[in-house]
Design a binder for this molecule. Sequence first.
Ligand code: NAI
Ligand code: COI
Ligand code: MG
Length: 346
Amino acid sequence: MSRRINLAVIPGDGIGQEVVTQGLKVLRAALPQDVKLETQEYDFGAKRYHATGETLTDTDVEQLKGHDAILLGAIGDPSVPSGVLERGFLLKLRFLFDHHVNLRPSKLLPGVATPLAGQPEIDFVVVREGTEGPYTGNGGTIRKGTPHEVATEVSVNTAFGVERVVRDAFARAQARPRKKLTLVHKNNVLAFAGHLWTNVFNEVAKEFPEVTTDYIHVDAATIYLVTDPGRFDVIVTDNLFGDIITDLAAAVSGGIGVAASGNINPSGEFPSMFEPVHGSAPDIAGQGKADPTATVLSVALLLRHLGYEAEAARIEEAVAADLGERGTAPRTTEEIGDALAVRVAG
Ligand SMILES: NC(=O)C1=CN([C@@H]2O[C@H](COP(=O)(O)OP(=O)(O)OC[C@H]3O[C@@H](n4cnc5c(N)ncnc54)[C@H](O)[C@@H]3O)[C@@H](O)[C@H]2O)C=CC1
Ligand SMILES: CC(C)CC(=O)C(=O)O
Ligand SMILES: [Mg+2]
């Protein structure tokens, strides 16, 4: 195991800086003294875009390649046209670094409030495809701005891309106690992509006879995520469906403020990137209201990815203890970060 972590830190926009500051604080508290943490901060986001017109240059990409991992806050700001930073920075980086496994765990911890009736058991992982689907920018507009405008946004699904993420999801299901994998898609309507996903899923399933499988249309999946979330163990789905259902998954399992994610490049050819599921939350930015827990849990995913299992587990235990005792009195972003750092160090 490397005893040095060379981390790229991208606070980004809105609450990004606030939550990343706390994430780094907890990371430092978790690392043993003999592990050298080197961080380099990058100023990607709205401020840089306004100053230079740049989102992510070739030079930036080359510099980022040199890191062991990336910690991101969030990207996106109301002062920049919607999509410019999201596409020009975030998706560009996920695609260039081939982050095809977008890992989004959901676990309702004891004592944590949920809008669902009772205290249902929620412990599942969404494996969202991260480099294809409707997010590739494959589309266009004709007769723009006229009453006859036509816009297309084509979903790209390759056998190669679907198979590798489905295989990853099967392996993850195989490694979990319940060994269950659910494919979520919309193959009753999105027949071309849906059938590719279904066929690949059924073929790969033959290699994992211990894994129980099922299929649920994405609309029905949103019902079960609310009425029967315990039925899910591992979910594999495409980029768009995965984006949507993981916000819902967050909402039922402790809130968007505690939902972590990893954009994984499993081969290690490029650094993986860890970030909260949430966005830049401009509505609460700069007010100390953002919950940094999602970023802290993303730090735990980052550490596990780099082989620091014990440190990752310690952070998760600290979060579980903190959430269990949180109560209803509001705390600031910094107060939560401080409390987590103290627990982790202690
Ligand atoms: N990975 C990324 O960088 C993402 C960026 N975005 C971008 O972020 C901007 C805002 O997007 P929205 O759709 O409003 O989604 P959002 O996730 O930023 O906010 C949705 C709601 O959740 C709340 N929220 C988010 N994070 C929170 C936290 N840590 N603690 C407490 N409350 C929190 C917000 O206050 C808001 O009410 C947009 O520019 C969007 O494109 C959105 C999602 C992901
Ligand atoms: C802003 C999008 C590009 C990303 C997003 O919403 C997500 O990855 O959850
Ligand atoms: Mg999202």
